[in-house]
Ligand binder design. Structure first.
Ligand code: FES
Ligand SMILES: [Fe+2]
Length: 370
């Protein structure tokens, strides 16, 4: 815990005002690294995914040489969306309107009846590029061509979380970060992030977590652009059958130690990437604004290849426990969104256990400049 008093929480307008949401679109979401996929979503050359970022669609493809390329998902001819859901892989990106065709690297190869287009200056008509970066196996995109590389923004995170992550992770179940319709919650995206950034609500709102985690030892390590949480597990058996079974079978994924199987960890990369690091699986997700009072939660579960049957059972049980917690949180954040819209409401002081909420508020105030 930090010794200084936590920063103050965000004023109500940040969660309610469409003008601030618009500033966030230009000052935060158009400039920050946004989680769009995992390497396993793009297994071979020609594979592609589309993710919404700050009012655009970003198309990420695996190029012939194995590298990742990002483009805006818009045709340079008359503006059609290029890739729509479930378009098959292929060596080219072909616009479904008039058939202009681009290489995976975005360069324009040709247009049907090109000789009838007098000003077809192909080198100038490549797809608009978008920066992409693979960090510990997860693919992020950034609309700001001058942004600092993500791995430079989060020094130390690879050491803290790297053994859980990587390009070799395999998805658990059907969810993929943007291939499948994700959860939505009825709250401003920052209410959802705030809620994730503190364990102060655990004793009151998450009876299951309270039985599993040693609340007194729940800790947050705050860095400039990320926060790393550690929540050691309690040694005593839970009174709940599902939780007790989980405690009994818990075992670490390949690459983790026995000590790792007694701690749950969480990483938050500013502004909106959240990674749950469990002994048996990883949940990588982000919180994206859908208007002022609703958020999308695209995310997916992963595990290390070669997990034992015991680890797989632990995974299954832990994911069940996670959904219970998720449903509790969904209710909490919806209630906050409703409550804070009360005219005249302003936030009270933060606990030291909410220091990361203060950190996040400071970052938002700085970026939005209000
Ligand atoms: S809009 Fe794409 S080819 Fe015409
Ligand atoms: Fe919670």
């Amino acid at each position: 815990m930090l010794e200084t008093a936590p920063a103050s929480a965000l004023a109500a307008k940040y969660y309610l005002d469409p003008a601030i949401a618009e500033l966030e679109r230009t000052e935060i979401f158009s400039r920050s690294w946004q989680l769009v996929a995992h390497e396993s979503d793009l297994p071979r050359a020609g594979a592609r995914i589309v993710a919404p970022i700050a009012g655009r669609e970003v198309l990420v493809v695996r190029a012939e040489d194995g590298s990742l390329k990002g483009h805006l998902n818009v045709c340079r001819h008359r503006g059609s969306r290029l890739v729509i859901d479930a378009q098959p892989d292929g060596k080219a990106i072909r616009c479904p309107y008039h058939g202009w065709t681009y290489k995976l690297d975005g360069s324009l190869v040709g247009a049907p009846e090109g000789r009838l287009i007098p000003c077809l200056d192909k080198p100038k008509l490549g797809l608009y590029p978008v920066r992409v970066e693979s960090f510990l196996g997860f693919i992020f995109a950034n609309l700001d061509e001058h942004a600092t590389p993500l791995h430079e923004q989060v020094p130390g995170l690879a050491e803290l979380a790297g053994r859980y992550l990587g390009p070799d992770l395999v998805p658990v179940g059907k969810d993929r970060i943007y291939h499948t319709a994700g959860e939505t919650q009825k709250a401003n995206w920052k209410v959802v992030v705030d809620n994730y950034l503190e364990g102060y609500h655990v004793p009151v709102a998450h009876p299951g977590l309270m039985r599993l985690l040693d609340y007194q030892r729940y800790s947050a390590e705050i860095h400039d652009s990320y926060v790393f949480f550690e929540a050691p597990m309690r040694p005593e058996p839970s009174g709940n059958r599902l939780e007790r079974l989980y405690q009994w079978v818990t075992s670490p994924m390949p690459g983790l130690s026995e000590a790792d199987s007694r701690v749950w960890r969480y990483a938050v990369i500013y502004p909106n990437t959240l990674i749950d690091l469990y002994p048996d699986h990883v949940l990588a997700w982000s919180v994206t604004p859908q208007g002022v009072a609703q958020s999308g939660l695209p995310g997916a579960f992963y595990t290390k290849p070669g997990a034992s049957r015991r680890t797989k059972l632990a995974q299954h049980l832990n994911i069940k426990i996670g959904w219970i917690t998720n449903d509790e949180d969904a209710e909490l954040v919806a209630r906050v969104q409703q409550g804070m819209s009360t005219p005249g409401w302003s936030p009270g002081p933060l606990s030291r256990r909410e220091a990361a909420v203060g950190w996040f508020a400071d970052r938002i105030r700085k970026d939005v400049g209000q």
